[in-house]
Design a protein around this ligand. Structure first.
Ligand code: NAI
Ligand code: UGA
Length: 442
């Protein structure tokens, strides 16, 4: 089948590559000419395990092309996917300018029937706006061309995106007629073999399903972080509590890991956007507000602990930071807890020596050259001349380091573990001053 994807970011690239991998003929469009040029030179602009191989294989097979040519894109695909960003506007609502710009581009160029599939995360009612935008342009052109708009939210996780797309838990499809449902069923058939994973519904419910999923996951994390803060004050260990509650299948083990807060491009913006949607319809959504407030506070936790350890005076100190990405297996630093920590350390006059297995370039892009940030080549080199170590992202490489080396290299034997990856008893036995999240017994 012929597919066009607008937006060659995390979602667009993974969607395009995976649809090509199962035999579709895919054109990916982006307005960022630099990105398209890099892709055409065989360079994948994001770090996502496995993506590189699939892209190269399908480009070589002629099933996947990258272009800035919108005319080509609109004439190519029966399916026109929208996978552009929906960043938060000033008031927290999702900014739909990119989505609607794509809708207008399609309307301006389409010559026959098109299925416009929205994969971006968008507020309830956006499909109506997309339909309106396309319809308006068609009317201006005096063109009576049929089209459908579908909501097909994406649930992939960065770092595991290929696996999530190839073996989805569910494929949510919101349509307003059976014809489009069947077209989407045919497109997704290769990913829907062992049992029917397609969950078909009306468009508004599909749009809300996406926010509901992310808000539920963010709620679980903030709930655990709230309990972690309580456990610290009560002399209890949140990690014991986590296992104690996760063993109840009604609760489950997923997404109940406490830590230094959730980051990434989605949870923070989607909780905000849903809260904003709720406010717009006269419901203040107190639970969502609390989820966000707890997370904002949680991102300050590591700094508070470090500052308290050094008696509130961090001027002239150097802190080693392990992990910059918002989670392992990605180079994405959007809303990453490492940023909250580093920026607070800088404000307090401290220096940072940071190491991340893949996000170094991204950190450099975000912060440029500055005297108080040294981006290091290895975890060990980040420790050189540092007074304490903060672990912010639980990359595997940090899980069993040479503890003797850490203790001997740091000027103070202080480890601040934002992801609870070390054993408090072991750290104490090794002579560390060890601070974790919610481990009141540590
Ligand atoms: N990143 C993730 O893990 C997930 C993201 N989402 C949602 O998917 C959407 C896209 O997210 P990402 O892929 O992370 O964004 P991204 O920022 O990585 O990529 C968006 C791309 O769209 C391009 N673009 C903007 N306007 C365009 C236009 N008119 N024509 C063609 N390309 C255009 C940008 O240049 C950029 O390359 C968002 O709504 C996000 O909430 C949903 C599930 C997972
Ligand atoms: O809409 C989206 O963009 C995506 O958002 C999340 O995916 P992602 O942001 O890639 O990453 P997650 O693995 O969900 O982690 C998000 C944040 O929560 C934190 N987290 C996660 C799990 C946990 O138990 N505790 C915790 O603090 C992570 O460290 C990370 O900072 C969802 O998991 C995806 O299903 C969704 O498609």
């Amino acid at each position: 089948m012929k597919v066009t994807i607008f937006g060659s970011g995390y979602v667009g690239l993974v969607t395009g590559a995976c649809l090509a991998e199962v035999g579709n003929d895919v054109v990916c469009i982006d307005i960022d000419a630099g990105k398209i040029q890099r892709l055409n030179q065989g360079e994948v602009p994001i770090y996502e395990p496995g993506l590189d191989t699939i892209i190269k294989r399908n480009m070589a097979a002629g099933r996947l092309q990258f272009t800035t040519d919108v005319d080509l894109g609109v004439s190519h695909g029966l399916f026109q996917f929208i996978a552009v960003g929906t960043p938060p506007d000033e008031d927290g609502s999702a900014d739909l300018q990119y989505v609607l710009a794509v809708a207008r581009s399609i309307g301006e160029r389409m010559r026959d029937y098109r299925v416009i599939v929205n994969k971006s995360t968008v507020p309830v009612g956006t499909a109506d706006k997309v339909r309106g935008a396309v319809g308006e342009v068609l009317a201006r052109r005096g063109a009576a061309i049929e089209f459908d708009v579908v909501s097909n939210p994406e649930f992939l996780k960065e770092g595991a995106a290929i696996e999530d797309f190839m073996k989805p838990d569910r494929i949510v499809v919101g349509t307003d007629n059976p014809r489009t449902t069947e077209l989407l069923r045919a497109l997704y058939a290769p990913f829907n073999r062992s049992h029917d994973r397609m969950v078909c519904m009306d468009i508004r419910s599909a749009e809300l399903t996406k926010y509901a999923a992310n808000a539920m996951l963010a709620t679980k994390i903030s709930f655990m972080n709230e309990l972690a803060n309580l456990a610290e004050r009560l002399g209890a260990d949140i990690e014991k509590v986590r296992v104690g509650i996760g063993s109840d299948p009604r609760i489950g083990y997923h997404f109940i890991y406490p830590g230094c807060g959730y980051g990434g491009s989605c949870f923070p913006k989607d909780v905000k956007a849903l809260e904003r949607t709720a406010r717009d319809v006269g419901y203040p959504a107190p639970l969502l507000q609390a989820v966000e407030a707890v997370n904002d506070r949680q991102k300050e936790k590591l700094f508070e602990k470090i500052s308290a350890y050094f008696g509130g005076d961090l001027a002239g100190r150097t802190i080693a930071v392990w992990g910059l990405a918002f989670k392992p297996n990605t180079d994405d630093m959007r809303e990453a807890p490492s940023r909250t920590l580093m920026e607070a350390l800088w404000r307090a006059g401290a220096k940072v020596r940071a190491f991340d297995p893949v996000a170094r370039e991204e950190a450099h892009r975000l912060y440029g050259e500055r005297a108080d940030l040294i981006l290091c080549d290895s975890p060990e080199s980040a420790l050189q001349g540092a007074d304490a170590l903060a672990v912010v992202t639980e990359w595997n490489v940090f899980r069993s380091p040479d503890f003797d080396e850490i203790r001997h290299t740091l000027t103070r034997p202080a480890v601040f573990d934002g992801r609870n990856i070390y054993d408090p008893a072991h750290m104490k036995a090794q002579g560390f001053d060890y601070f974790a999240i919610g481990r009141g017994t540590a």
